[in-house]
Design a protein around this ligand. Structure first.
Ligand code: C6P
Length: 427
């Protein structure tokens, strides 16, 4: 196989990794100019949150200095400007992910809130005793706990797809679950935050629909690194989060079918989500505002629009190819390092820019602590995926994860820091 970026070599090479221009991209991220103990910062914790380009920082500053006002409420010109900027953010999100209608785009605080919205509003109204909700053993807690609560409230049952040794989900097991005829909803992640596995979500949604079930996809790790086409995936609900996609914290997106949203009760209630309020009852605003109670995260949405512009300018296909090259290079270097074991799909083809690993005889938290002394930021934890940790037979993993600004030198720094950590433990 020729390498995806330069298509000239069998292996990921420096040329591929430089060809994307990641070195140049780094100039756009002020935090990456930081030196710690006189040495550059090596940021490999992008699955937790990404750094923000100057364009996003400038947009936030411009919004607060030139446009700041509340939206949907004011007649004055500033409120109209802010409303226009906020609603343009919605349109920008729709275009970016090839979604159908602005009214099917709900701004939330993040993927967690989006999934809670569905579990509490749709789940509690429509799930019944005897219904099944299918999740998987690789889900983030944000796509497990809301369903546990909805199941407890309704008598529905939560069932899990197993994770195979190669880090994949079995479509045969999904089919067997669906064939039982009582699955109401399939809720799965698009990309695992621990294994990096890219699940075939369009196929999963198709199979769920054929069996009369709805499908929710957790896109928190997918949107920042893949070309996501929501029309092609056709999920009933798709949730993601802005801060992992170069945007500000405190904003996420839930895409949902209008006909489902119309039937669902409001999730939060108060200002902005109503049409009329009588003494004893109220009626609801139109979509999408029925699900956006209170003052919206206006600056964050405007900032997210700038992040999308930035990602679009880089090109999601280029980002994917670059992170694929980095992941392949990391797998190759880690596999060649003594005492390292890897989790997840063996090939970079089937995984996003996330590599979880263990060092023999060293607790992952100690690994992260020792790497931090070399300015290398990785995450070590259960990554909010305790059922997956149990499946892997570990309490935690060390995890390196990539953004568009990472370069091969970051991977080299990771390997050097790992070797230094091993030396410390060998004493
Ligand atoms: N994962 C990590 O792996 P929020 O916190 O709502 O922005 O995103 C939650 C979430 C949902 N689904 C997946 C697959 C995720 O990876 C995450 C967030 C972070 O480091 C924090 S645990």
């Amino acid at each position: 196989m020729k390498h995806v970026v330069c298509r000239t070599s069998e292996e990921p090479c420096q040329e591929c990794l430089v060809g994307f221009g990641a070195e140049k991209i780094r100039e756009d991220f002020p935090i990456l100019w930081t030196k710690v103990h006189g040495k550059p910062l090596v940021y490999l914790d992008n699955a937790a949150t990404t750094q923000k380009p100057q364009a996003v920082l400038d947009t936030l500053m411009r919004y607060y200095t030139e446009e700041n006002s509340n939206v949907h409420r004011g007649v004055h010109f500033l409120s109209q400007v802010a409303t226009q900027s906020y609603e343009s953010g919605r349109t920008r999100v729709r275009q970016f992910l090839n979604a159908s209608h602005d009214r099917e785009i709900i701004f939330t605080r993040g993927a967690t809130e989006g999934i809670n919205l569905v579990a509490q509003s749709y789940g509690r109204k429509h799930l019944r005793a005897g219904d099944e909700v299918i999740v998987s053993a690789m889900e983030h807690h944000s796509n497990i706990v809301p369903w546990q609560q909805a199941a407890a409230a309704t008598g529905a049952q939560l069932r899990y797809l197993e994770v195979a040794d190669d880090g994949t989900l079995s479509l045969e097991q999904l089919d067997a679950e669906l064939a039982r005829g009582d699955v109401a909803l399939v809720a799965l992640t698009h990309v695992s935050n621990v294994l990096g596995t890219i699940n075939p979500v369009a196929e999963i949604v198709h199979r769920a629909h054929d069996a009369g079930a709805l499908a929710l996809i957790d896109g928190a790790q997918a949107v920042p690194q893949l070309e996501v086409d929501l029309t092609a995936i056709d999920a009933d609900f798709y949730a993601w989060t802005g801060h992992k996609a170069l945007g500000p914290t405190g904003v996420g997106v839930l895409h949902a079918r209008a006909e489902l949203l119309e039937q669902m009760p409001p999730f939060l209630s108060g200002g902005d989500m109503i049409a009329t309020v009588e003494a004893q009852s109220s009626s609801w605003n139109e979509l999408p505002w029925k699900f956006e109670a209170g003052t919206s995260m206006i600056a964050q949405v405007v900032g997210l629009g700038a992040a999308i512009d930035y990602l679009d300018a880089l090109g999601m296909a280029n980002i994917r190819a670059h992170e694929h090259a980095l992941t392949a290079y990391t797998l190759e270097r880690l596999s060649a390092t003594d005492g390292v074991s890897l989790f997840g799909p063996p090939s970079a083809e089937h995984r996003g820019g996330v590599v979880s690993f263990a060092l023999e005889g060293i607790h992952p938290h100690d690994v992260a602590e020792l790497l931090s002394r070399s300015n290398v930021c990785i995450r070590a934890s259960h990554h909010c995926a305790q059922p997956l940790m149990r499946r892997l037979g570990v309490v935690a993993t060390a995890r390196a994860s990539f953004g568009p600004y990472n370069v091969a030198a970051d991977v080299d720094a990771l390997i050097e820091a790992i070797e230094r950590a091993q030396e410390v433990f060998e004493g």
